[in-house]
Design a protein around this ligand. Structure first.
Ligand code: C5P
Length: 240
């Protein structure tokens, strides 16, 4: 399909209309940003890597019964998706303490969590994605109660698919961020990317970080880490 008018530009992606009103093209950019775009970077091939990782994982989730916006990969940096209305709530699922959770609660990074934690943030660059709860989203009309219940259910189902998927490829899924959208009939579907930009991945043997924390924390080796994550995501599951 031909790219039409640009509908949205984010820090790492652009969304274009297509001749078909129910479909959009998502283009992955090479830019990396952190701390609400106060820190900027990127490299050639980043967009292609994140597009490839996302385009590999979405069919895995679909096969497990998670409805998503994904239609198909179009090119190195583009994918075709169903047009959805994005719910302005970022959903974070945590398996192991890290990042803002560790900071906020004074819990050492790497501490396993006895129960998965689902957190919600308001998707607002101007406000720096503040933490909210589902009452906030309901009260401000961002989603209905059944949609919020469905979002939590899907977030935990996605965790149930991705944790063993990554572990079978030598990667611990520490935490990850999801976004959901609604179709014209109100159905909730998974949207946005699942990549080293939006997940914390630690090597299962060494605990080496293989995600955007290498950029956020100036650890170096980010291009290699993303390339290695693409290799592992697309590798068959290890035996045993
Ligand atoms: O920074 P924090 O610990 O809250 O991040 C939790 C997870 O959500 C991390 O995997 C991070 O990459 C992701 N995240 C994101 N976009 C944001 C905030 C967090 O993808 N705006």
């Amino acid at each position: 399909p031909q790219r039409g008018e640009m509908r949205y530009e984010g820090k790492a992606k652009r969304v274009y209309a297509t001749p078909e009103p129910g479909e959009y093209i998502v283009e992955y950019k090479d830019e990396a940003t952190a701390f609400n775009a106060q820190k900027r970077g990127g490299w050639q091939g980043k967009g292609a890597t994140n597009n490839a990782i996302t385009a590999h994982l979405y069919p895995v989730l679909e096969a497990a019964g998670v409805p998503t916006h994904f239609v198909r990969k179009l090119s190195d940096t583009e994918q075709l998706v169903k047009a959805v209305t994005i719910v302005p709530v970022e959903v974070i699922v945590r398996n192991v303490a890290a990042g803002s959770f560790s900071k906020r609660l004074g819990i050492e990074e790497g501490t396993p969590l006895d129960h998965p934690i689902v957190e919600y943030c308001y998707k607002s660059d101007a406000l720096g994605d503040p933490l909210i709860n589902t009452d906030t989203a309901l009260s401000l009309g961002w989603a209905t109660e059944p949609q919020l219940l469905r979002i939590r259910e899907l977030a935990l189902k996605i965790r149930g698919v991705l944790v063993p998927y990554f572990l079978a490829r030598g990667v611990k899924l520490i935490d990850f961020k999801l976004e959901f959208g609604t179709l014209p009939d109100g159905t909730v579907v998974l949207a946005d990317e699942i990549s080293p930009d939006t997940c914390r991945f630690w090597d299962a043997e060494t605990n080496e970080k293989m995600d955007k924390d290498r950029f956020r924390r100036d650890l170096g080796g980010i291009e290699d880490a993303y390339a290695e994550m693409l290799r592992r995501v697309t590798a068959p599951a290890a035996e045993g």
